[in-house]
Design a protein around this ligand. Structure first.
Ligand code: HEM
Length: 137
């Protein structure tokens, strides 16, 4: 481990180590998404001179770190369906916004929904060598 002068810490990871990133925490980290990192606020992705928060307050600048945004994961292990998913999301979102009004259903709590979010990882298995031999009678 090496401490750099600006408090950054470099850690050396041994070869063959599996590394997982906690996307939920990264996507809500105020160092990467600010302000209101815990809130769904699509305007943060727009390039504009001034931003108006859902509260009505104005902010002059926002932090939106495109480099750490990885809903489909990254690397060759990432989602193979990303392009299909993006095409579907665009098509469905456009159709819904054009044709439907949408609101949270009665008796539904957004706070409860937030609390119930669970982060899970795709299962990874070790190798399972097998031997195949022809049947001899
Ligand atoms: C919003 C939609 C989607 C999201 C957010 C998403 C996200 C992800 C994530 C995070 C992974 C795990 C990658 C990893 O283990 O590091 C993954 C894997 C995978 N996704 Fe998606 N995905 C979406 C839609 C789709 C669709 C539409 C398909 C197929 C058409 C698909 C097929 C796959 C497959 C096959 C894997 C396993 C890849 C592998 O282990 O090599 N996904 N996805």
């Amino acid at each position: 481990m090496i401490h750099l002068c600006d408090d950054t810490i470099l850690r050396f990871i041994p070869p063959e180590t599996q590394v997982s990133l906690y996307a939920y925490a990264i996507h809500r980290d105020p160092n990467h998404f600010w302000p209101i990192p815990d809130q769904f606020w699509p305007d943060r992705w727009l390039s504009q001179e001034r931003y108006i928060l859902p509260s009505g307050d104005r902010v002059e600048s926002v932090i939106t770190d495109h480099e750490v945004f990885m809903p489909f994961s990254a690397s060759p292990m990432g989602c193979v369906g990303k392009n299909v998913a993006m095409a579907e999301i665009r098509a469905v979102t456009c159709a819904v916004v054009q044709q439907l009004d949408m609101k949270i259903a009665d008796q539904t709590s957004l706070e409860r929904w937030e609390k119930d979010i669970r982060e899970v990882f795709v299962t990874s298995r070790g190798t399972l060598p097998v031997v195949l031999e022809p049947h001899y009678s």
